[in-house]
Write a protein that binds this ligand. Structure first.
Ligand code: GAP
Length: 525
């Protein structure tokens, strides 16, 4: 991850926001190459989701909507995360990301109260004639190593207290802070200080950013930056139905910024406070086979991720357990991606029944129904919602594409090359045009002509500085799939061919201009 973050900065993909002022936690800027990469991800999604389908239309709704939207949607009351404060360090944690365990030691006899580190926890019978003694608590933040870290800390605590007996340790999955009781909380160490006594009980923290609209700054002017783009599609549902010539089943798609005051933004751009979503609400008949439609959308999303270059080996599915779903939800499946920091949610595909439209109908007093010609009855459509973050996809393609390799240079010496294996669909630069020598006007003239032609349609890069091998390496590092070199064969031999060098195989072959355009036409779509 460190190498990827360093490359992202070095080559101008991603910068920390407001870096010259020390940065601003949870916010990021996309540099020249990052902006291109992000635009390509957005454009591919929009083309495949909206333009190339007959059943989906686009929308661009406002970021700040009437505050009643967020009351009806349930966000004002319920868009919360459980927050825990460390009173000593002033650090804040999400309770569901803070894990803990009591540390118990088995002894053949009960331990006298005065010899126990926690006197309010007397020894308890543990079966087989043994006694269980709680000697303290350990805590660790969520990571790939949470359980291992808790175990190490438990051993360390036992060693430090020199408590005789056998450590009783059988955690497969540690408990998180949301289930800590009043008895546990005072003994759970703060991850910041390593000492108990400073963590508060969890309290609900609403993640919506508030602002005020108009000249007055009082309760009546409070509004919110949207925490998701989805509500725009629900609130404009009737407008689209009345103007868009759409017929069920149909979808409304939107790409745009969303804002969440995340308690613990982390893992680079994976969880940030300002991010971009690509969401689509697919409306279906109330009697339609929602499970079939849900599955079709999951398959579609998986195929789309592969089409932009994410390897199938990094993708998996997580089905939310029924008991954890909201009461209205029929089912949610997340497409997971194996990031370097663990397998995490990339794309959520939810079957939401008719909850959202019904909520807005009730709150606004405006029915959100469709007339069924067959039954001559009105009904509220149900919805399947694939919702994904652009930044999470961008991070996934960076992680999946990054490689460090040992290769031989022109003279046969082994050197390291860093390469980003982006799919040509999303690569920020599609082709680099390289005249072999910059002091040969006849080479430069052909190269500039080709560059001018290519850039009318594609993002291309012209580079004449340095040895050709070094120029190839520079393009490898930013993920350019092809380099075209204009060399002496181009101008001396008939047929005007160029050397085409492929990033992944590093193989070279000769190609004409027409063949180059055909290759791009096939691969960049
Ligand atoms: N309308 C449904 C909805 O917003 P979500 O699971 O909260 O569902 C959808 O968000 C997607 O948006 C996630 O799967 C993730 O890709 C992205 N996302 C959510 N919170 C994010 C954050 N803080 N930073 C970056 N991406 C985020």
């Amino acid at each position: 991850m460190d190498a990827i973050v360093a490359l992202a900065k070095r080559r101008g993909f991603i910068f920390q926001s407001s870096e010259i002022y020390g940065g601003f936690n949870g916010f990021f800027d996309y540099g020249p190459l990052g902006a291109e990469l992000k635009k390509n991800i957005r454009d591919c999604w929009w083309d495949d989701m909206v333009r190339r389908r007959d059943d989906i239309v686009g929308l661009e709704s406002s970021i700040i909507m009437h505050p009643k939207v967020w009351e009806a949607s349930g966000h004002v009351a319920g868009f919360t995360d459980p927050l825990v404060d460390c009173k000593e360090s002033k650090q804040r944690y999400r309770a569901d990301q803070l894990f803990w365990e009591p540390v118990t030691v088995l002894t053949p006899q009960p331990t006298p109260i005065e010899k126990l580190p926690l006197p309010d926890f007397p020894s308890e019978p543990a079966g087989n004639g043994m006694w269980s003694n709680t000697i303290g608590y350990v805590s660790a933040l969520e990571s790939e190593r949470t359980n291992a870290e808790l175990h190490e800390k438990a051993l360390e605590l036992k060693r430090k207290l020199a408590f005789q007996g056998q450590l009783h340790w059988e955690v497969a999955t540690a408990r998180d802070f949301t289930v800590a009781t009043e008895r546990d909380i005072p003994h759970i160490p703060s991850p910041a200080t390593g000492k108990p006594g400073s963590l508060t009980a969890p309290r609900s923290f609403n993640m919506m950013f508030q602002t005020n609209v108009g000249a007055m700054t009082d309760a009546s002017s409070v509004a919110y930056l949207r925490p998701e783009t989805a509500q725009g599609m629900f609130v404009d549902f009737k407008n689209v139905v009345d103007t868009g010539r759409v017929k069920l089943p149909f979808g409304i798609a939107q790409i745009g910024k969303s804002f969440r005051n995340e308690i613990t933004p982390r893992n680079f751009i994976f969880r940030s406070r300002e991010f971009e979503q690509m969401e689509m609400e697919y409306f279906i008949h109330e009697d339609a086979d929602w499970a079939k439609c849900h599955e079709e959308w999951i398959v579609w999303c998986e195929a789309w991720l592969k089409s932009i270059g994410l390897p199938a080996s990094h993708l998996s599915r997580y089905t939310h357990p029924k008991e954890k779903l909201a009461f209205y939800s029929r089912g949610t499946v997340d497409i997971m991606f194996a990031y370097p920091f663990g397998v995490q949610e990339l794309w959520g595909i939810a079957a939401r029944g008719n909850y959202d439209l019904t909520q807005h109908a009730n709150a606004s007093g405006k029915p959100q129904e469709i007339f069924d010609e067959a039954t001559k009855k009105k009904f509220v459509p149900h919805v399947i919602e694939p919702a994904v973050g652009v930044d999470r996809i961008l991070l996934a393609v960076l992680c999946a594409g990054y490689a460090e390799e040992e290769v031989k240079d022109e003279k046969g010496a082994v050197e390291k090359r860093t390469v980003l294996r982006f799919s040509p669909r999303i690569a920020p630069v599609k082709v680099a045009v390289l005249p072999l020598l910059k002091n040969k006007p006849e080479l430069v003239a052909v190269a500039q002509k080709l560059h001018a032609k290519l850039k009318r349609k594609y993002a291309v890069f012209y580079d004449e500085a340095g040895a050709i091998g070094r120029r190839y390496r520079r393009q490898d590092e930013i993920g350019t799939p092809w380099c075209v070199t204009i060399d002496f064969d181009t101008i001396e031999k008939p047929g005007e061919t160029f050397t085409l060098r492929e990033r992944d195989s590093m193989q070279q072959r000769r190609i004409t201009e027409a063949e180059l355009f055909q290759l791009l036409e096939e691969q960049v779509y």
